[in-house]
Design a protein around this ligand. Structure first.
Ligand code: 4NP
Length: 176
């Protein structure tokens, strides 16, 4: 019998009741900003945006301060999201200490941030349909690549939002 997919396990918050998620790719103009915009949108829909903070960055610094890649932005706009507030930032080694969870898009990003820890993993570890892969870099490809990234990001963001309430509010302990 197939094993049903379990809800993803998220590491506990450093500060009970709130949570900080960092999303990391290479340039911070395509994949992690797409995930940032979608996850924030989904958190607002779930009423969790006042307790869960999202940030994104790139391991490379070429695009720091720039808005999103025009193709990534157009894909988000067509799907009903607002990509206009994004400005690219660069990842630095303080991020894993500042965030509860750091999710990277591909194996190269994972190597660049120093590999897996309890709080560092791959974004698609949490993919509810096809877990364990990379979010492929769409930068040098066509429109299809951006649409594929958006589909992966939407279903994975839904899974993260689904898992967050248990992480934010662990079962009450009996202090008797
Ligand atoms: P991202 O895509 O990592 O998803 O933002 C890229 C953006 C820019 C470059 C590579 C990937 N670049 O080489 O400038």
């Amino acid at each position: 019998m197939p094993v049903p997919h379990l809800p993803p396990h998220l590491p506990p918050p450093r500060t009970p009741g709130s949570y900080r998620i960092a999303l990391v790719c290479l340039g911070n103009i395509c994949r992690s900003p797409t995930a940032h915009v979608v996850l924030e949108h989904r958190l607002a829909d779930a009423g969790l945006d006042d307790r869960v903070e999202v940030a994104s960055s790139g391991t490379g610094g070429w695009h720091v301060g720039n808005p999103m890649d025009e193709r990534a932005a157009a894909t988000l706009t067509t799907a009903g999201y607002d990509p206009t507030r994004h400005r690219a930032r660069q990842y630095d080694t303080t991020w894993p200490e500042a965030y509860d969870l750091v999710l990277v898009m591909d194996e190269a990003n994972l190597a660049d941030v120093g590999g897996r820890t309890e709080r560092i993993g791959m974004f698609r570890d949490l993919d509810p349909i096809d877990p364990g892969g990379e979010v492929p870099d769409p930068y040098y490809g066509g429109t299809d690549g951006f649409e594929e990234v958006l589909a992966m990001v939407e279903r994975t963001s839904d899974a993260i939002v689904h898992a967050l309430p248990d992480t934010l509010e662990p079962p009450a302990r009996d202090h008797a």
